[in-house]
Design a binder for this molecule. Structure first.
Ligand code: NAD
Ligand code: ZN
Length: 348
């Protein structure tokens, strides 16, 4: 069993990482008068029974959403909250988020506003959710005018990661998780980037020892960054490397063409290219980042999108300051910095 402790001002919790941990889930979730499992259709079919089996003897309710980003709306949240009231959940009840980042973000948001906040547990089942979205307490929904525009900072009581769940994940979703994993290497730990590069095949084959090691390391890095800056006033912004361009690509294609992590991989490539153009990083380091991104097989061709349309979308980014667009750019191996640029200064 691997464990990561996340130590925040008001709340601290453990991330438990283990193969088949879903079989002993009740050891990690404490007590509650009632439980509400929030999941999506795909994950429910695969793991719903297993989780129910682990919660034997408890009063359990379940809300199943349609899979995918389009469910991440206020209207879904309202339906879930109504169901919770209907079923009589109290302040002593707990929510379980069983699924990827979409389920985690919605369930966490519901937990944060139901009766002004009840406890919730994250059981992430995508690689992206295991290494990123289930950790750190950002919750929320998309609005017509912007992704993740409404939400809260609200930490779970525990995160339970069963590496077995990755075995059913489609390859595209696995690559999506790789986007965030590569990001941690570039922003925080050059040795980790090398480890990823050297073990890429084993990672993509979901070899157990390396998966546990990689997931643990990502959670440790995220825990460290978030514990320094829970509300993203400073250092937490570095987690957005690849995301300025990545988010623009996602929104320009109406969230239909790229998974989040694919967009981040493309974004990291072009943001690394910008860093090279500005003379922040050497050609040799750029090539290393390029190689690892290219070996994940995502097309880096974005010529069909005009720079103007991408920049227009970046102008709406929450991180912008004084009309300038915020980029996190590599500065040296394992180190990045925030750079604020006027639209005319953005070149890749
Ligand atoms: P997702 O939740 O949409 O899951 C992707 C797909 O995989 C879905 O179809 C789902 O049903 C399916 N799936 C999930 N687990 C599976 C499994 N074990 N086997 C087979 N299929 C499975 O997408 P995601 O990539 O996990 O999350 C993306 C979301 O996370 C975005 O909304 C993004 O904004 C959010 N996010 C949040 C944070 C944060 O800090 N809160 C960070 C990064 C991303
Ligand atoms: Zn991301």
């Amino acid at each position: 069993m691997e464990k990561v402790f996340i130590d925040l001002d008001k709340k601290s919790y453990f991330i438990h990482i283990e193969k088949s941990i879903l079989n002993s889930i009740s050891d990690y979730i404490g007590n509650a008068d009632k439980w509400m499992i929030i999941t999506d259709k795909n994950v429910d079919c695969l793991y719903g029974e297993k989780v129910l089996g682990g919660l034997k003897g408890k009063e359990i309710h379940k809300f199943i959403i349609e899979p995918g980003e389009r469910s991440k709306t206020f209207s879904t949240v309202e339906k879930i909250l109504n169901r919770m009231i209907e079923k009589g959940l109290t302040r002593k009840s707990k929510i379980i988020a069983l699924g990827g980042g979409v389920v985690g973000d919605i369930a966490g948001f519901c937990a944060s506003i139901y009766m002004r906040g009840i406890s919730f547990i994250q059981i992430p089942t995508t690689l992206l959710a295991q290494v990123d979205s289930s950790v750190g307490g950002k919750t929320g929904v998309n609005m017509i005018l912007g992704k993740n525009m409404v939400g809260s900072f609200y930490q779970p009581e525990a995160v339970i990661i069963d590496t077995d769940t990755l075995n059913t994940l489609p390859k595209k979703e696995l690559i999506s998780g790789m986007g965030e994993i590569v990001k941690y290497g570039v922003i925080w730990d050059y040795d980790f980037l090398n480890l990823i590069e050297e073990n890429l095949e084993n990672i993509l084959n979901l070899e157990e020892v390396i998966m546990k090691k990689i997931i643990k390391k990502c959670c440790e890095i995220k825990a460290e960054v978030v514990s320094k800056d829970e509300r993203e006033l400073g250092i937490r912004k570095i987690l957005n490397f690849g995301h300025t361009i990545g988010h623009a690509l996602e929104s320009t294609t109406a969230y239909k063409r790229y998974t989040h992590g694919e967009a981040v991989l493309i974004g990291m490539y072009y943001e690394a290219l910008m860093a090279k153009g500005y003379g922040y990083i050497e050609d040799e380091y750029f090539k290393e980042i390029e190689n690892i991104i290219k070996s994940l097989g995502v097309s880096l061709d974005i010529e069909e999108f005009s720079n103007d349309s991408l920049i227009e979308s970046m102008m709406k980014d929450k991180k912008n300051k004084d009309g300038k667009i915020s980029f996190i750019l590599p500065k040296k191996k394992g180190v990045v910095k925030e750079v604020l640029l006027n639209r005319g200064e953005i070149l890749w």
